[in-house]
Write a protein that binds this ligand. Structure first.
Ligand code: NDP
Length: 388
């Protein structure tokens, strides 16, 4: 990597945000940090802003602004607060913006970054699931480069021949199967949030960890992949691969399969987007294939993991369905983490919300946000019947 790049990290205090900061802090002269954002973690935001010499630190929840100001007193780092300040931060024109806010809350800021026409590294899959067509259209219009951070999509991006999409037969997204891969439905009924967030291979935020346990994450990733790679819905499939060594595969019409392999460490795909189209060193563990020795594969079981089937259906039906599925899932996962509903109720609530609410396809971001709001309200009502 040669030229110095200016960067902004939306969601800097989260799992992806911290991994990004770790890479940026290693060769600090290569990066100029324009801004970091968080929701409520003022202490974590202030510490990160001082460490990487950020120009600006923005907290979404204004109630935490005094804490942020105290923590940054005397540093010369500018502070601001509120959703509008986060939106404005996304338009500062950084060469490279990491979109790593969790959930549909990241939609507005991610869209704003895309509209500024620079490079956006996208981790915030819920935004793409809810408004994929609008986001890719915005990127096309502004000339922004959208680089996938999700390990599967980053793997596909590295293997996919963008000049010859017609030569691709199928895309296989790999899934570890999560912590409950071998449990029966009956055994899954009583699992706790603590068990669900203990992912066997990856260290991630709570929401995506639960999504990995239900396989909703893989379902959302199918929809995400559909928006990133120009193939029909039926060309995307899921392959359970418990070791998480192969991060996804692209099958070509001649029978060739191209795959990307690497240690299960998010700093590898993040580094790929940070240096793209060049490459940069990372401190990540190297794969020792002799020690790994074997790679296993199995088909996903949609009876035990109905969330995957729901996502496939939402992908096929299109329109508002993916945004409704995403909103209902966010509500249900938050309720599960708060121990108000059981693990299996997450997919049931998503299914009931999809059955109860069928608006026309949203044509603008405002309409997507309205679908998201109404779907949350509907699933909140449905959830009350499941709550204990
Ligand atoms: P975390 O929960 O660890 O972090 C989320 C970040 O978003 C935090 O900085 C949080 O701030 C901020 N945030 C939360 N809610 C809001 C809000 N309403 N407005 C503004 N900022 C908000 O999530 P992850 O890092 O695990 O995931 C981030 C995104 O990346 C998700 O979309 C996830 O699906 C995707 N992803 C994550 C992977 C991983 O390995 N973790 C892998 C691939 C994709 P605060 O800390 O103050 O709450």
């Amino acid at each position: 990597m040669s030229a110095r790049r200016s960067v902004t990290i939306l969601g800097a205090t989260g799992s992806v945000g911290r991994s990004t900061l770790d890479l940026i802090a290693r060769p600090p002269e290569r990066f100029e940090v324009l801004a970091l954002t968080a929701n409520r973690d003022a202490a974590g935001l202030a510490e990160a802003a001082r460490r990487v010499g950020a120009k600006r630190a923005v907290i979404c929840d204004s109630a935490f602004l005094p804490t942020l100001e105290d923590a940054l007193a005397g540093s010369g780092i500018e502070t601001s607060a509120g959703p509008e300040a986060v939106l404005e931060t996304a338009t500062l024109g950084a060469d490279w913006t990491m979109a790593a806010i969790v959930g549909a809350a990241g939609l507005g800021p991610t869209m704003a970054a895309l509209r500024s026409g620079r490079t956006v590294a996208l981790a915030n899959k819920e935004a793409l699931v809810s408004a994929g067509a609008l986001m890719t259209a915005a990127a096309k219009e502004s000339g922004a480069t959208l680089l996938p951070v999700d390990s599967e999509h980053n793997a596909i991006f590295q293997c996919f021949d963008r000049d010859r999409p017609h030569a691709v037969r199928r895309i296989l997204l790999t899934a570890s199967g999560g912590p409950f891969r071998t449990l029966s439905l009956e055994q899954m009924r009583g699992v706790t949030p603590e068990q669900a967030v203990a992912h066997p291979n990856w260290s991630m935020g709570a929401k995506i960890s639960v999504d990995s346990a239900t396989l909703m994450n893989k379902g959302l990733e199918l929809i995400e992949a559909f928006h990133l790679f120009p193939l029909p819905p039926e060309a995307f499939d899921v392959l359970v691969h418990p070791q998480s060594v192969i991060h996804s595969l692209v099958e070509y019409v001649d029978g060739s399969f191209l795959a990307q392999l690497g240690a299960p460490d998010m700093r590898i795909p993040i580094a790929h987007t940070l240096a793209w189209p060049e490459r940069m060193e990372t401190p990540c563990e190297r794969l020792d294939l002799v020690r790994i020795a074997r790679l296993d594969f199995e088909a996903p079981d949609e009876t035990r993991f109905p969330a995957l089937a729901l996502a496939r259906q939402a992908l096929r039906e299109g329109g508002a369905r993916p945004a409704i599925l995403n909103a209902a899932n966010e509500i249900a996962v938050a309720a599960f983490l708060a121990k108000r509903i059981g693990f299996l109720d997450i997919a049931s609530i998503a299914a009931e919300t999809l059955a109860a609410y069928a608006p026309p396809p949203p044509r603008t971001i405002e309409e997507v946000l309205e679908v998201d709001r109404a779907a949350r309200e509907a699933s909140d009502g449905i959830m009350r019947r499941f709550a204990h």
